[in-house]
Design a protein around this ligand. Structure first.
Ligand SMILES: [Zn+2]
Ligand SMILES: [Zn+2]
Length: 337
C-alpha cells in the first residue's frame, strides 16, 4: 500500500470511529414523551430526564404527558422504573404520579404545557419550576378558575396547592426537589423578546442542556445564545456535557421573517459554529466532534410526501461539517445520554 493510500484509509477509518464522548458511560436516561413542534396534540414537547439508575425524573416541558407515557409503556421504556410496588396503577399513571417529581417549563406557550394542564386533576403534588414570567403566566392565565382550577400555590381564589411554583433566577443553580439533579436556567429570546428558557440540568458531575424554543441571535437581535454557548463551552471541552436538546422547527428556505422565534437547520448549524469557536478557538472544526444534539420541536407538515422531521435531519446532515451527532428523538423511546 502506498503511503498516500495508507493515509487515506487511516483517515477514513478514524473518521468513522465512534467519538470518545459517545463511548463514555451514559450518565442520564431521557424518555421523550412528545417530540413535535405542533400539529399533533398527542406528541408535543416533553422530555423526561433522570440520572442513570434513578427512578426520579424531571420533565422538561409538558406539552404531552399521558399519550407519551402510554407509548413509553408499550415500548418497554418504563420497565425497571415502574416496579411491582406500583402494581395498583397502570404503568403510565404510576410514572406520572410517582416518578415524575417536577416540571421544568421553558416558556408558557400551550404546546409546552397542554399535557400538564389536562392531567393536573390526576397528578400528584410536585413542583413547577420556571422563570418569573413563565410562572406568572401559568398562575394568571391557566390555573385561575377561569381556564382550569387553581392547582398552583399562588393566585386568587381558593388555591388547591397541588403544584408549588418555584421561580428560577437566571444563572443560579438550585436543586430540583425529589430528584438528584440541579437546574440552572438561562434566558432565551423567542420572537420579539418573548421569554423562553434553557435549562442546564446537572447530576454527579455530568450535564444536559435543554433549550426551549429560540430564534437565532442574528434574527432575534440578541446575544442570549452566544452567552449560553460561552457558559457551556468548558463543559463541552471536558466531555461533561452529555447532550444538547435544541429545536429545528422549520426547514431551510424559510425566510427569517417567517421564523417566529425558531431555528432552521442552517441557523442551528450557524449557532453550533459559534459554540465550536467558544469551545476551541484554535480548532473549531473538531471542537464538537461526537457531541450529541437532540433535535426537537420539528413542525410537522400537512403536505403529503416526505415527513418534515426526515427533511430537517437530511438538511442538518448535509450541513454538518462539525461532526455533531444529531439525534431525532422518538416518542416513548429511551435515549441513553
Ligand atoms: Zn413557543
Ligand atoms: Zn413550542
Amino acid at each position: 500500500m502506498s503511503l498516500r493510500r495508507w493515509i487515506t484509509v487511516t483517515l477514513t477509518v478514524s473518521a468513522c470511529l465512534t467519538p470518545l464522548a459517545a463511548l463514555a458511560e451514559p450518565a442520564f436516561l431521557a424518555i421523550p414523551l412528545g417530540t413535535s413542534g405542533g400539529l399533533y396534540e398527542d406528541d408535543l414537547s416533553s422530555y423526561l430526564l433522570a440520572p442513570k439508575g434513578s427512578g426520579d425524573f424531571l420533565a422538561l416541558d409538558a406539552g404531552t404527558l399521558m399519550a407519551g407515557l402510554r407509548k413509553a409503556a408499550q415500548l418497554g421504556s418504563l420497565d425497571g422504573i415502574v416496579t411491582p410496588a406500583d402494581g395498583d396503577l397502570i404503568p403510565a399513571a404510576a410514572m406520572l404520579q410517582r416518578h415524575i417529581k417536577a416540571y421544568l417549563i421553558s416558556h408558557p406557550h400551550l404546546d409546552h404545557l397542554a399535557g400538564l394542564v389536562i392531567n393536573a386533576p390526576d397528578d400528584a403534588k410536585k413542583d413547577i419550576l420556571g422563570t418569573g414570567p413563565t410562572i406568572d403566566r401559568i398562575r394568571d392565565h391557566l390555573f385561575n378558575w377561569q381556564i382550569w382550577p387553581a392547582f398552583g400555590s399562588e393566585g386568587s381564589g381558593v388555591l388547591l396547592g397541588k403544584y408549588r411554583y418555584v421561580r428560577l433566577v437566571p444563572a443560579v443553580a438550585v436543586p430540583v426537589a425529589g430528584t438528584g439533579m440541579t437546574v440552572e436556567p438561562f434566558a432565551l429570546s423567542h420572537a420579539d423578546g418573548y421569554p423562553s428558557t434553557a435549562f442546564l440540568v446537572s447530576a454527579n458531575g455530568a450535564h444536559v442542556l435543554y433549550c426551549g424554543d429560540t430564534g437565532p441571535d442574528a434574527v432575534e437581535k440578541s446575544d442570549r445564545l452566544q452567552q449560553l454557548w460561552r457558559r457551556i463551552a468548558p463543559l463541552v471541552r471536558t466531555g461533561a456535557l452529555k447532550a444538547i436538546f435544541i429545536e429545528a422547527s422549520y426547514p431551510d428556505g424559510t425566510p427569517d421573517t417567517r421564523l417566529f422565534g425558531h431555528l432552521t437547520p442552517a441557523w442551528l448549524m450557524a449557532e453550533m459554529h459559534v459554540l465550536a469557536a467558544a469551545v476551541d478557538p484554535a480548532k473549531p472544526a473538531t471542537a464538537l466532534q461526537g457531541l450529541t444534539v437532540v433535535v426537537t420541536h420539528v413542525k410537522p407538515s400537512m403536505k403529503a410526501g416526505m415527513a418534515a422531521s426526515a427533511r430537517i435531519m437530511q438538511q442538518l446532515q448535509s450541513r454538518n461539517d462539525l461532526g455533531v451527532h444529531f439525534v431525532l428523538p422518538e416518542q416513548g423511546r429511551r435515549l441513553a445520554l
